[in-house]
Design a protein around this ligand. Sequence first.
Ligand SMILES: [Zn+2]
Length: 686
Amino acid sequence: MKNNLNKSKAQIERLKKIITSHDFAYYADDNPTITDSEYDRLFLELKKLEESNPDLVTIDSPTQRVGTTPIKGFEEVDHHVPMLSLDNVFNEDQLKKRFSSKIIDPLKKIQLPQNIEEIPFIAEPKLDGAAVSLFYKKGILDFAVTRGDGKTGENITHNIKTIPSVPLRIRGSLIPDEIEVRGEVFMPKIDFLKYNQNAQKLGLRTLVNPRNGAAGSLRQLDPKITATRPLDAYFYSVVRIKGTKLPKKNSELLNFIRNLGFKVSPDSELVYGLKGCMSYYSRINKIRENISYEIDGVVYKLDDLDMQKILGYSKTAPNWAVAHKLPPQEETSVVSNIEFQIGRTGQITPVARIMPVYVGGVTISNVTLHNEDELHRKDVRIGDTVIVSRAGDVIPQITKVILEKRKKISSKVKIPKKCPICHSKIIRDQGKRVSRCIGGFSCLAQKKESIRHFSSRSAMDIDGLGVKIIDQLVSNEIVKNLSDLYNIDKNQLSSLDLMGDKSAENLLNSIEKSKKTTFSRFLFSLGIREVGEITATTLARNFKSIDDLKKANIDKLESCADVGPIVASNIKEFFNKKENIQTIEKLLNSGISWKDEVNKSKDSIFKSKNVVITGSFNKIKRSDLKEKLVFLGAKVKSSVSEKTDIVIVGTNPGEKYNRAKSLNLALFDESDLFRRLSKELDITLE
Ligand SMILES: [Zn+2]
């Protein structure tokens, strides 16, 4: 019997060790060493053994991550070492001043003169999550505490244990008798989105943002709820240790923590001086969108731990560390009005006018509410206090209405029944979210938008025909139809506001110049619904002339690559309208002409080539670039190999670039690429 027990004990220990090391490989190293099913088998084996030997269950067993009973309340725990927050700076000037007053001056006083540019700092992203402190005794997780007010936090051990990447038992051979590590619990962006999508499907409450998601999950009484939340944690400091010595440098400390089995941020970097800090800051700010977790700044800490001790703390924050905030991506504002804009094809778009706020590096005063459904779903009202967010180059959004601040008297905003511009009826497209003004070209708003589209760079490319000029041309009835653009004379132009003789002349020249165009540009400029540049190019390649296209039936249209039934019927509908045919005739009579598509017969250099993209591009989104390359017949691959033909290299290219160089592959930079694309696709990338 005793023998059996010993055998089970040894087997349990063995399984715990194996599973823990697989957990580390999977969650902390991102480098799984066994298949999921093998893992499940081991886990089940351990569980069974423990079930038949309940006395052998220890708290560091991987089966014990999720407790079975909710706790009754949160126990308060005093921090052994206060959990201070960091002071913030918002720009280079403040950072410079901070470094000289908190680092250089004090060091001078104790005869340690330093040149700031030679001082090493560890720079790391400042995670937007929830700070935690974890205490391990003899290598086993003893308790975990939230920051709380910095002096006292709440015991959240039952929830911390559910985070798969947090070690229940420290790894390695040098286990400190006691150690307290600090870090940040967060919810990766992608997992946050997935969680919310799923919650929406199940009719559960969604999380407001990843930060609230992380903090809220840690404050659950029932660990089973926390276990359903996709949490992760990075660790960055040790505040006490017994039985082992800490390294001398902060950068080495991160390795030390990592070797104990804790996850550390992969984006930390050793930098030198103010210059190094600033270039780290701009690098992180640039790649912020691509970082898998939310950050609200970067942190610089003196790398020398002895020097950290010398410089010490102020009342509220360490002197040797500072947070450098990134421009906010979320702000509150107040909706001053909700207006309705009419687009080129009559679609009506509700737009919230808000008190200007600085978000994500720009000042925002208008936020689109997209369409009727969105307007009703968000129920944004005039006078509402709202949260406005903006991420990267994505258009700003109202992410939340703060209902507590809603005015007592407020009413739902509805899509008007009549066009605010031309008073034609507004109808909703069947089965679609879009409502439209049926006024067509007689609606001034649609007319202006059509002209703007017609003259844009990717269409007829009429340089100098700005929005304000178009406004006046339409309002003064100089241009009633697209073709009128080609009958404007200099006197008419000179009579407009903001238009001198010289600019009138320039505009007339560029109108004249625009007459020489290409078939695809001309098709694109007509503004047929859902016929973008690529589709226009496809059509131009498949049809000899406007007449040819006009006569084509739905089947013929649909036989073109990337023309589906909806686009085909839009094209058909467009050419069935008499006024459109008249406009086209007038335009052609005014002298617009083109040669046959230059590259019609020639194959693209990308055709049938294996192409890999790395880095980012100023003029084009990667997804759009990929689409264009695929259109030209390229096979876009995600990794570089001997079979790769062309590698397109943007800014901040990744490892693929080095690999491509070592394989001596053909490289295209952004300007090569656009020269090539504009030649082959005959489009202008703005
Ligand atoms: Zn209208």
